[in-house]
Design a protein around this ligand. Structure first.
Ligand code: CTP
Ligand code: CA
Length: 225
């Protein structure tokens, strides 16, 4: 185990992590969600705390225990996550965006449970949510930015495009679907940055998180604490 506290590779660093899905309410009893379990982000939070960092974890609606030594802020919707992340980002050295943020929310939330009318269907109008990473990237003193890209196809090409479009320092890409990525214990990651690519082969998420924290510590080493 890496030393907790002073001796770790992230000692003196403030790490902000977002994890889990977001839920976008349709009416008082229904929502739009996604299959993110939150486990990858929680594992990164745990590994960062073990490496001595001061860790803030902005968590979407998941039932996972808070890792030791981590300050947790629970949110539900993408807009709540946006507000909590932007607030903490100004005091962070690195932001790891491991959350699966809902891209869209219902334009209007019905005040009462939506009832069926006859045997007709229902159309929901959706509005795009704010891009949290993009807004953190616009901060005057932006933290080191680490994004995640969960893709069902063309993983590397899509991840590279996201690295550039979102002005990230590093992106952790993985294949999802067909028993990979979401809702499972193991994962594999491809880390892509402007200066190269590195594959982290299939391993438990906690092990991958430790490796990712090691890579982040190396990249932060070039920046003043
Ligand atoms: N992300 C974010 N805010 C959003 C959507 C995504 O900060 N509104 C972050 C995620 O936390 C992740 C990264 O952006 O770190 C990539 O998310 P992804 O869903 O793969 O990318 P999108 O830009 O939403 O593109 P698309 O879903 O259309 O592929
Ligand atoms: Ca998305």
């Amino acid at each position: 185990l890496a030393a907790r506290g002073r001796g770790g590779v992230l000692a003196g660093r403030r790490v902000l992590i977002s994890a889990g899905p977001t839920f976008e309410d349709i009416d008082p009893v229904r929502f739009l969600g996604n299959r993110s379990s939150g486990r990858m982000g929680f594992a990164v939070a745990e590994a960062a705390a073990e490496a001595g960092a001061e860790v803030v974890l902005v968590a979407g609606p998941v039932h996972l225990p808070t890792p030791a030594g981590v300050r947790r802020i629970d949110v539900r919707s993408a807009r709540q996550m946006h507000a909590a992340v932007l607030d903490a980002a100004v005091r962070s050295d690195v932001y790891v965006a491991a959350a699966a943020v809902g891209d869209f929310r219902p334009t209007e939330v019905a005040a009462h449970k939506i009832k069926k009318r006859g045997d007709g269907g229902l159309s929901l109008e959706l509005t795009q949510n704010p891009d949290i990473l993009a807004d953190v990237a616009d901060l005057p003193q932006r933290p080191l930015l680490v994004g995640f890209a969960a893709e069902t196809e063309n993983v590397e090409a899509y991840a590279r495009a996201k690295l550039e479009r979102k002005r990230l320092d590093l992106i952790a890409a993985n294949q999802v679907g067909g028993g990979l990525g979401f809702e499972v214990e193991d994962n594999s990651l491809t880390l892509i940055s402007a200066d190269g690519i590195r594959h982290l082969p299939t391993a438990p998420k906690r092990e991958l998180a430790r490796q990712l924290v090691g890579v982040i510590a190396e990249r932060l080493a070039g920046r003043a604490a």
